[in-house]
Design a binder for this molecule. Structure first.
Ligand code: ADE
Ligand code: ZN
Length: 337
């Protein structure tokens, strides 16, 4: 099959996505509305959102992220974001998604977590009732908010568990605090029935991935690509089956990993489980199919693309019963008819 046919098949077939953030899925038009309501000059129109898709490192991006979050003034705003996200899942045929939702950000904004959770739950439940696919939540703490804030995320969940939450992760500034500072947080996860994930190896080096593996024992790592510089670490990831949820456009946009030197193929060919994801599709202006297109342009074979598609389902914490993964790219092609 020609590359274009294969990519068309990818666009049309059911897919899974395991790494996208609720706030980062905001549609540019929603962002403009929120900014207008807040009287903020930040995003006067959609073009101004699109013009801000290149950043001075991860810190530059996180600064924009903070600006976006400050426009969220009431629980219903999170419902808006959740509806932007579910519309995106439907239009992209993503039938299983794990979405980072951050009680730590909600706390910083001074909003009530229960009301925010209800607004998000209502949008996600409506999406599922519509039959377009399933969504599970990864409760997200923010690394630079520190371990006490992360413990409070778990306290909230312990007091009032959200059945949709299947995992717990740590986003934010990877360079701010070492993973070991969060070891006591991650030790609580098993008891709460939450699978451990963590952002590492995005702005940090292989040492940051090794540190996260040692202290937090994640089942998947968001990004993790810096591991490629350490062959021993790559072997450990492959042997332990720790998947990397890789986001090519995000890495390009933040300048952490330019596409031309991106190690994703090296990781794949070394036996590491790789999934592809958009991270913050509304802010980076990407789609999941666009990520597959980039992987193909880097030289991924048909078999490699199929393996990544399958990994999206297999590495999920509660993969869909209704959309079992296809076993090959040819199965992907069959979904066209
Ligand atoms: N939160 C949202 N996007 C993120 C990213 N790319 N890295 C760390 N934290 C994030
Ligand atoms: Zn992320």
């Amino acid at each position: 099959m020609a590359a274009e046919d294969l990519l068309r098949a990818v666009r049309l077939r059911p897919k899974a996505e395991l790494h996208l953030h609720l706030e980062g899925a905001v549609r540019p038009a929603t962002l403009v509305r929120l900014a207008r309501r807040a009287g903020s000059p930040l995003f006067p129109d959609v073009a101004s959102v699109r013009a801000r898709r290149r950043f001075e490192g991860l810190a530059g991006f996180l600064s924009l992220y903070r600006d976006v979050c400050r426009l969220l003034r009431e629980p219903a705003d999170f419902g808006l974001l959740a509806r932007d996200l579910t519309a995106r899942l439907r239009s992209e045929r993503i039938v299983y998604a794990e979405v980072y939702v951050s009680p730590a950000i909600v706390e910083r904004l001074g909003l009530e977590w229960g009301a925010v959770r209800d607004a998000v739950e209502s949008a996600f439940a409506a999406h599922e009732r519509g039959g377009a696919g399933r969504i599970r939540v990864l409760l997200d703490a923010v690394r630079h908010f520190g371990p006490d804030a992360a413990h409070r995320v778990l306290d909230l969940h312990a007091r009032h568990p959200w059945p949709r939450a299947v995992g717990f992760g740590l986003g934010g500034d990877e360079l701010s605090l070492p993973a070991r500072d969060f070891a006591s947080v991650y030790r609580r996860l098993a008891q709460l029935g939450l699978a451990p994930v963590v952002h590492a190896g995005e702005a940090g080096g292989p040492g940051s991935v090794a540190e996260a593996l040692r202290w937090l024992k994640p089942r998947r790592i968001a990004h993790g690509v810096a591991a490629a510089a350490d062959r021993g670490l790559v072997r450990t990831l492959a042997r332990a089956g720790v998947a990397l949820d890789v986001c090519l456009t995000s890495n390009e946009a933040t300048g952490t990993w330019p596409l031309a030197t991106h190690p994703v193929l090296d990781l794949l060919r070394s036996g590491v489980t790789v999934t592809l994801a958009t991270d913050d599709p509304g802010l980076f202006g990407t789609t999941l199919s666009g990520e597959y297109r980039k992987l193909s342009r880097l030289g991924a074979t048909r078999g490699e693309l199929a393996a990544v598609l399958r990994a999206g389902f297999r590495a999920g914490f509660a993969p869909s019963r209704h959309h079992p993964p296809a076993t090959s790219a040819s199965a992907a092609a069959r979904t066209r008819s």
